[in-house]
Design a protein around this ligand. Structure first.
Ligand SMILES: Cc1ncc(COP(=O)(O)O)c(C=O)c1O
Length: 475
């Protein structure tokens, strides 16, 4: 169809598309509002709305709730499914891990993309402070008592209520409060494995899990993992046939570091496959609340009918990192976890639990999460757009549908250990890929956390990191 016979809304859409193509509007930038376009182009609101809808359908722009329309980044090419060592391996922490942990603890500042937590300013500090003061006033005995080892009944009740949309809800008795998700994972491994056992893990796998395997004398069997859909169930099927694998650990919702989201039908298959083989599934759902879509993805635990899934999570990433409140629903291992919790840490501080319970009960948590999800979604997309602009040609990354982590695979020849040193020398931090494997994989990969707002200083640091990566490749 000739341009002059096109409907008006298509003409307007084509004009804007042309401006995007020429770089007048760049990826991640906000477009003028519908009202501004209507006034400038002297067309009706319906025409502008139709043209924006067309641009959305063409994948050129996206609406962000209460923020307007933004130019979408070109869809990046995701890294390939990992191809790890097919043999179980003992985990041995190397020097890079200690250097990384020291950096995170002592010098990670505004130009750090390392820590997997949202920025402190995104947390509702004022309301939490006043909640803390209220709880202290009303329940002053909380500091004078250990409290119950399995957790404050009111917190367990509040948590159980939140599982209503899973299809088969938990009861307060199914919930055991822990010191963060990491203690929940630790308890689960203690319950279902013996030193020397083999545990199937994602590839790449959150380094905290690797450290748990190391501390318990367990071997990790890395299973090929798709950056978009998570652990390959065909590969897991083969790996779990011999009976050697004694447990499987999976982060089904927005994994760390990949950001992968396992589709619901995969979760169903995973649960039934492991149930049939009597292999416990330890599910880590610490990022499940960070969805960018309309609904929270259900955990694999929602499909568990036999108690074979040990579900672990926490409130750490959402709002309350310093409270260290997590929980586990251990299925048929629950009683054992309760016993172990007693000997591992006796209890989780009751004051912290009471503040968490109050925050959940009063609706403050959900309000805060609605806002936080929007902010993180924006930060992830802005970061992604800068990476696409500033990193070497051929860098691959998957666009996550939730969470706040980006996993990058740099082109052949890159070395993320050397890049880590070069970046640190300039005060820029990230998490090098080799930390996510017990073997020597992911040497040209890195994880970027988008937990902090992309300020001008931060964007400059990110562009500089891209430049350092290009230099490594001789660019
Ligand atoms: C996948 C995953 N599991 C567990 C944890 C630990 O959570 P918590 O701080 O609640 O112990 C983290 C923290 O980064 C994580 O990324």
């Amino acid at each position: 169809m000739k341009a002059d016979t096109l409907p008006l809304y298509e003409k307007v859409a084509d004009e804007i598309a042309g401006m995007i193509a020429s770089g007048t509007f760049r990826a991640g930038e906000r477009l003028p509002s519908l009202r501004e376009v209507r006034a400038r182009r002297q067309v009706s609101m319906t025409t502008v709305q139709e043209s924006f809808r067309l641009l959305e359908d063409r994948g050129l722009i996206e609406a962000r709730p209460q923020s307007g329309f933004f130019v979408r980044a070109r869809s990046p090419a995701p890294p390939a499914v990992s191809c790890p060592c097919p043999e179980p391996q003992p985990v041995v922490t190397d020097a890079l891990m200690w250097r990384y942990l020291r950096y995170v603890a002592t010098s990670a500042g505004e130009t750090s993309f390392a820590c997997a937590t949202p920025a402190a300013e995104l947390f509702p500090a004022r309301s939490l402070n006043s909640l803390l003061a209220q709880v202290m006033r009303r329940q002053s005995g909380l500091l004078a008592d250990y409290g119950r080892s399995d957790g404050l009944p009111e917190l367990c009740r509040q948590i159980a209520r939140r599982t209503l949309d899973w299809g088969h809800a938990l009861s307060a008795d199914d919930v055991l409060i822990t010191n963060g998700c990491i203690e929940a994972l630790n308890l689960c491994l203690q319950a279902v494995t013996q030193p020397g056992d083999v545990v199937a893990i994602e590839s790449p796998c959150y380094f905290g899990v690797l450290q748990l395997l190391e501390s318990r004398g367990l071997k990790g069997l890395e299973i090929p993992t798709d950056p978009v859909t998570g652990m390959s169930l065909d590969a897991l099927d083969v790996a779990t046939r011999s009976g050697e694998v004694k447990a499987v650990i999976v982060v089904g919702n927005f994994s760390n570091p990949l950001g992968a989201l396992m589709p619901e039908e995969h979760k169903r298959r995973l649960v039934s496959m492991l149930e049939a083989r009597h292999i416990p599934l330890i599910e880590d759902d610490v990022y499940g609340d960070f969805y960018f879509g309309r609904e929270r993805p259900v955990p694999a635990k929602a499909f568990d009918r036999s108690g074979n899934v040990l579900y672990c999570t926490s409130f750490t990433k959402q709002a309350l990192p310093g409270l260290r409140v997590g929980w586990v629903a251990g299925g048929r291992h629950h009683a054992q976890l309760q016993m172990q919790k007693f000997s591992l840490s006796y209890c989780t501080p009751p004051l912290m639990q009471a503040v968490t319970a109050e925050f959940l009960a009063a609706g403050g948590f959900d309000r805060h999460m609605r806002q936080l999800r929007r902010t993180l979604c924006r930060q992830v997309r802005e970061t992604l757009a800068v990476v696409q602009d500033a990193f070497p040609e051929g860098t691959r990354l998957a666009e996550p549908q939730g969470g706040f982590l980006l996993w990058l695979e740099l082109p052949e020849g890159a070395d993320s250990r050397a890049l880590f040193d070069a970046a640190l020398a300039e005060g820029i931090g990230f998490t090098p890929g080799p930390l996510f494997s017990p073997g020597d994989g992911f040497s040209r990969c890195l994880r970027l956390s988008c937990g902090h707002p992309l300020t001008a200083r931060r964007e400059k640091a990110l562009r500089r990191l891209g430049e350092l990566a290009r230099r490594q490749l001789g660019g």
